[in-house]
Write a protein that binds this ligand. Structure first.
Ligand code: ZN
Length: 496
């Protein structure tokens, strides 16, 4: 490697422009490098392949992509093979640097600035090229960061939810991947133990390293170069020890690259969580259990949770993957902060979530009468909470449970339309509520007598909702301190 700078490193290993499937820049450099080692001039190579020198120059500069027949002629003239010319590596470290600078100058960010390109000559030092390249990448990083506005985040959220609804939140390709992995390590049913998960890591060529100094902004860090997954020695009591390992290699299995924007980041997070859940609650076993429960008319999130030793949230969320596609039950899911703010939401049962002008649900406040809110007032935190709610879009039955996290308490709720409650345990509940939201008179506007008494007589200081801050993404991996991660990897790396 020319330089240890991670920005530079990623630039040098950047994939070739996708439109050709062939990297004209690298190919051109390889041809030029061979020509000069053969002590051939541009003219003599041009004569040898029966083309004008200007055409050879275009190819060497990566401005034209030669056809295969021409490539063969060039290879013969240079005494090499087409395969050799098409190798993806730059012919030298210097050439790699020059290619990276050229690629940056051809990129959309630089082009948009309308500046003249810097012509790189032999006299340009490596240091100058490195500085130029680092500046390029910093500008690109700032662009990415600025593009990720809260509006973009909200739009991306809305779009993702629409995609999930269109697929009934069921991803067959990820189910397939989970099955392959479970089969590869010989898992034959039942809950997936920590050991099975560790075997999967080994099967994928990764070793697990438990360390005390994991960057505080991460759950795990994967060193792809050395095949290592770093995990915290201290597990928080509420977290499952299998989940961070699975999430670490789920990204690798899904083939995730560094997210290009916030939408990518969100999609990757959904896929990672999906694959993780599909491994912890294997499709076949889970569908069998749920089908039996459906036949006995006693589907229960608690039973699903206990059968696979997962959190309530994982069980409830997994239920939404399989409910419609495999059991024919439309469903909705919500994770709501104690403040009433929606953190996650999914529906394909026509329940009407509150939403903002951009169609985003996350960050909005849910009706006080909904199960996701009323559950906070129930003193018994052990028994499941059930409720029928009449809403302007129909009557829904929901079950909800509170889970504790660092940022406070959350309710996790699963609900179905009235006509599907017959399959669920808890349908006999007498808890009922009426919600008129989004009508303001429901719970958004204070009752008249209170309003008359207190209007203009109060001055509350707002507490900043954690969810709003979380919706403001910065950096390639929103919320992750990249420098800290690189320094961590550097200090733990077996090879320097
Ligand atoms: Zn309401």
């Amino acid at each position: 490697m020319v330089n240890a700078d991670p920005l530079l490193r990623s630039a040098l290993s950047a994939p070739p422009p996708a439109e050709h499937g062939l990297d004209a820049l690298t190919l051109g450099r390889r041809i030029r490098e061979l020509r000069t080692t053969r002590r051939m001039t541009l003219d003599s190579l041009a004569t040898a392949i029966d083309r004008a020198p200007s055409q050879v120059s275009m190819i060497e500069n990566g401005n034209r992509e030669p056809r295969l027949s021409m490539l063969r002629t060039i290879a013969t003239a240079l005494g090499t093979t087409v395969d050799d010319l098409l190798k993806p590596e730059a012919p030298s470290e210097r050439a790699a640097l020059e290619i990276a600078v050229e690629r940056a100058q051809r990129g959309p960010v630089f082009t948009a600035l309308g500046l003249a390109k810097i012509r790189v000559s032999r006299a340009t030092s490596d240091e100058t090229l490195q500085t130029i390249l680092t500046l390029h990448h910093e500008i690109e990083r700032l662009h990415r960061e600025r593009a990720a506005t809260p509006e973009e985040a909200r739009r991306a959220n809305a779009q993702l939810r629409a995609t999930m609804r269109a697929r009934d939140n069921y991803f067959p390709e990820l189910e397939e991947q989970a099955l392959e992995l479970l089969t590869a390590v010989g898992h034959s049913g039942g809950p997936v133990s920590h050991q099975v998960v560790a075997d999967m890591a080994t099967h994928l060529g990764y070793s697990l390293h438990y360390v005390g100094d994991l960057p505080h902004s991460t759950r795990s860090v994967t060193d792809k170069r050395n095949g290592r997954i770093y995990l915290p020695t201290a597990q928080s009591a509420s977290r499952d020890s299998r989940t961070p390992i699975l999430q670490a290699f789920a990204s690798l299995l899904c083939g995730h690259d560094e997210p290009g924007n916030y939408a990518d980041f969100l999609r990757q997070r959904v896929e990672t969580n999906y694959l993780t859940a599909a491994i912890l609650l294997p499709e076949k076993d889970t569908v069998r259990l749920l089908t039996e429960a459906k036949n006995l008319r006693r589907i229960s999130m608690e039973d699903l949770r206990d059968a696979f030793s997962v959190s309530y949230e994982t069980a409830a969320h997994r239920f939404t993957n399989l409910a419609t596609a495999r059991l024919g039950i439309p469903v909705h899911f919500m994770k709501v902060h104690e403040s009433g703010t929606i953190i996650k939401a999914y529906e394909n049962d026509s329940v009407r979530f509150p939403s903002d002008a951009l169609g985003a649900v996350e960050g909005t406040t849910v009706c006080r009468s909904w199960t996701a809110r009323t559950v906070f007032d129930v003193p018994d935190r052990f028994s499941p909470w059930y409720q029928y709610t009449d809403t302007p879009s129909g009557t829904f039955w929901c079950t909800s449970r509170i889970e504790k996290a660092k940022e406070g308490e959350y309710s996790v709720s699963v609900g179905v339309p009235f006509e599907h409650v017959k399959w669920f345990r808890g349908r006999e509940t007498t808890n009922r509520a009426v919600s008129l939201c989004p009508d303001e008179s429901c719970c958004r506007r204070a009752p008249d007598d209170l309003a008359t008494r207190w209007a203009g007589q109060s001055w509350p200081a707002a507490r900043t909702p954690t969810s709003l801050l979380a919706a403001l993404p910065t950096g390639t991996f929103p919320g992750v301190d990249q420098t800290e991660v690189y320094q961590f990897l550097e200090s733990h790396s077996p090879t320097h």
